[in-house]
Design a protein around this ligand. Structure first.
Ligand SMILES: Nc1ncnc2c1ncn2[C@@H]1O[C@H](COP(=O)(O)OP(=O)(O)OP(=O)(O)O)[C@@H](O)[C@H]1O
Ligand SMILES: [Mg+2]
Length: 470
């Protein structure tokens, strides 16, 4: 059963809740001030925190980030009396689980608590992900989650990592996230080497550095990238492009962690972690003698294969919304809506350039539809519309991406996804109509405040309801 703490200066309420929750089998304690709460949360692990907003020694909402930092990473349920609902937005944005009104709390707390505990249980099964700072990796498809699990594994060790995947699938984002989540981020840098951009004559000196006068034009000594990655991470992008001669010297560096700069007389040491990436078939290259098998073997201690975007159904919409919200914020524009056909088109297109292509396309859509509150298929770049038109002509065959529930047919999405989109669309229109006034939105929709905030939170990536007002 769960370990729960009630943080509230209302002793009577604390007692009532302790009584109620203890009868449900939970272990419950309480704190009457913020300082007492922080002290308890720092020393005891809790699964769930019930937090009052107005505390005698400060604002309860301000300590949410502090509470979330505890190793047990508790779920936080905010309790509020009437009159301070403005904090709902802050609460949800700062990672609270949900928001309950005190007047009805004894009746309403069981369901959100059960859900929060369920969520924790599921989260606990993928422990590494809990500590992972995902940074800018957007998406929640099962396919991406698999890769994220491997990413979490990579951060917990120092093994060489090989990231494969089509162009634009996020190989570099993954590599930097591994570095930033590893202990190496504290002491060393993330050094990127784009092997495709190095000419054969320069590659050795760029990697290993060179001594003064090592060759014509080397009028100064130069530290190579391998040394710059000392205590940090060396990211060899497009490793398939590394010339065979350099592959040989690099293998030696991997084995010995020491190397000799071009024209240098002494060995240098570098303690780096290696991440390599490629979108080429290294096995085929090995077979045809263009890539060293022994090097490949060493690089592959842990392989993360990033799936193409078209195979990560739900992510397309999530990524597109994220990117457009970012642009809207940057250019001070109102939130944009996507028409259902627009979403359908995004899901049907094959995205050969993956996330990079999607972002570029959304960038162009944004510029084209700058005055339109809703994006329609007509705003899509011409080549994408042409491609879609052609593929729909081929006997009505669409390149449907896998939906969240597996597949789509004839323009119909899965029920879950359809419901999600309708819900999202409704919420957007409701918030636009009421200008983010939650009271008004609740009145029109007939939804309770708790349900409304739950919905906003569920769709927050997409709606980013910036300023709900009362
Ligand atoms: N899951 C994601 N969430 C957010 N942004 C992403 C994601 N995946 C990729 N991107 C973005 O897409 C673009 C391409 O990603 P990245 O450069 O990591 O791809 P890549 O696999 O290294 O491509 P290439 O093989 O062409 O070098 C970047 O702008 C990156 O920030
Ligand atoms: Mg790249």
């Amino acid at each position: 059963m769960a370990r729960i703490i009630i943080i509230d200066d209302d002793e009577l309420l604390c007692e009532t809740l302790i009584d109620l929750l203890t009868r449900k089998g939970h272990t419950v304690s309480s704190a009457f001030t913020i300082s007492e709460a922080l002290e308890k949360c720092a020393t005891e692990p809790f699964d769930v925190v019930f937090l009052d907003v107005r505390m005698p020694d400060g604002d309860g909402l301000k300590i949410i980030p502090e509470l979330k930092k505890a190793p047990s990473d508790p779920e936080i349920i905010i309790m509020t009396g009437q009159g301070d609902p403005g904090g709902a937005e802050i609460a949800i944005k700062s990672g609270a689980w949900c928001y309950l009104e005190k007047s009805s709390i004894t009746r309403e707390l069981i369901l959100p608590l059960t859900r929060a505990l369920q969520y924790r249980e599921e989260k606990a099964r993928t422990i590494p992900l809990r500590v992972l700072r995902r940074e800018q990796i957007i998406g929640s498809s099962p396919q991406l989650n698999k890769s994220l699990d491997l990413l979490a594994k990579a951060t917990g060790s120092d093994v060489n990592v090989m990231i494969t995947g089509e162009t634009g699938t996020g190989k570099e984002v993954f590599a930097s996230t591994i570095h930033n989540n590893s202990p190496r981020a504290e002491e060393g840098s993330f050094v990127v080497v784009d092997c495709a951009a190095l000419t054969e004559t320069l590659v050795e000196s760029i990697l290993f550095g060179h001594a003064k006068g090592a060759f014509t034009g080397a009028d100064r000594q130069n530290t190579g990238l391998i040394l710059q990655a000392d205590k940090g991470t060396l990211f060899l992008d497009e490793i398939g492009e590394l010339p065979l001669s350099v592959q040989k010297s690099f293998l030696r560096v991997l084995q010995e962690r020491s190397f000799r700069p071009v024209g240098g007389s002494t060995e240098e040491k570098s303690d780096f972690r290696l991440i390599a990436a490629t979108n080429r078939d290294l096995d085929a290259m090995t077979e045809s003698g263009r890539f060293r098998e022994d090097l490949l073997y060493r690089l592959r201690s842990l392989v993360i294969d990033l799936p193409p975007l078209r195979e990560r159904g739900g992510d397309i919409f999530e990524l597109a919304s994220y990117f457009v919200n970012m642009l809207s914020l940057r250019y001070g524009q109102k939130r944009k809506n996507f028409s259902p056909e627009f979403i359908e088109a995004l899901n049907s297109y094959r995205w050969p350039g993956n996330v990079r292509e999607l972002f570029q396309a959304m960038d162009r859509v944004f510029a084209t539809a700058i005055d339109s509150p809703t994006f329609h298929t007509t705003h899509l770049p011409e080549e994408i519309r042409i491609d879609l038109a052609k593929s729909s002509l081929k006997g009505g065959h669409h390149h449907y991406a896998d939906g969240w529930d597996g597949y789509r047919t004839n323009g119909l999405t899965s029920w879950k996804e359809y419901k999600y989109e309708v819900e999202y669309d409704y919420l957007q229109r409701l918030l636009a109509l009421t200008d983010n006034n939650i009271t008004e939105a609740c009145r029109i929709s007939g939804l309770s405040r708790a349900r409304m905030y739950q919905l906003i939170s569920k769709h927050k990536h997409q709606t980013s309801s910036e300023n709900p007002t009362e």
